[in-house]
Design a protein around this ligand. Sequence first.
Ligand code: NAI
Length: 248
Amino acid sequence: MKLLEGKTAIITGASRGIGKAVALEFARQGANIAFTDLRYDEIAQETEKEIAALGVKAKMYASNAADFAATNATVDEIVKEFGRVDILVNNAGITKDTLLMRMSEEQWDAVINVNLKSVFNFTKAVSAVMLRQKSGSIISMSSVVGVSGNAGQANYAASKAGIIGFTKSVAKELGSRNIRANAVAPGFIITDMTAQLPEDVRKEWAAKIPLKRGGTPEDIAKVCVFLASDLSAYVTGQTIHVCGGMNM
Ligand code: NAI
């Protein structure tokens, strides 16, 4: 028996990286997948094909997760097409790293809007659907940096810490309606996002990891399957660190 058979999942920013791995792992577990990203480009089309090849329904929606009105329209379209939403993974995220003294208002606003406001946008729209269904699992991608802080990432750390507070509040508000909300805090995961970091920063991070390797997107996806499925039926309001022991 597959763990997510017949369920529908929305995953934001899932054309590549961690979101894509989550989409593929959910599809392997039988879930139908609606995913978003900024553009329906070749990368998005390829991901859509890879998911559909696993024998589930797959559809990509070009939608800016930081845009409240666009998010509502997208969730409406998804509900029309898929009929229900059982799982939401708030995954879309960006970095605009620099030291506080050099950080512009634009760099602050962009990261807060894409990483944190998007979580409000999608969770609000999807929880209305989940309330009608009286069930749901909401997973939001935080970061170890949201717990520990990181020089050069004040905007990113604030957005990821904000997700943790938001998740706990939603878990308290919606728990009585059988809707769970949890956050995942990945450590150093090898994707396009971390490829942007300077070599010395990447080496420094890797040296601090007890398991002595960077994580893979699949390492994160497997924990998301646990949180999306009934295996975690009694888990809500938590932040699960998936970081090879980097944060304890
Ligand atoms: P990535 O950069 O490889 O992929 C992010 C995806 O989000 C891209 O496809 C991008 O186009 C999309 N996206 C960006 N802005 C968007 C918007 N406004 N609306 C819709 N989609 C948008 O990043 P990665 O590494 O896969 O990260 C995924 C999530 O995991 C992010 O929230 C990130 O902050 C978080 N994370 C990643 C870690 C890492 O080491 N890679 C560590 C901790 C957290």
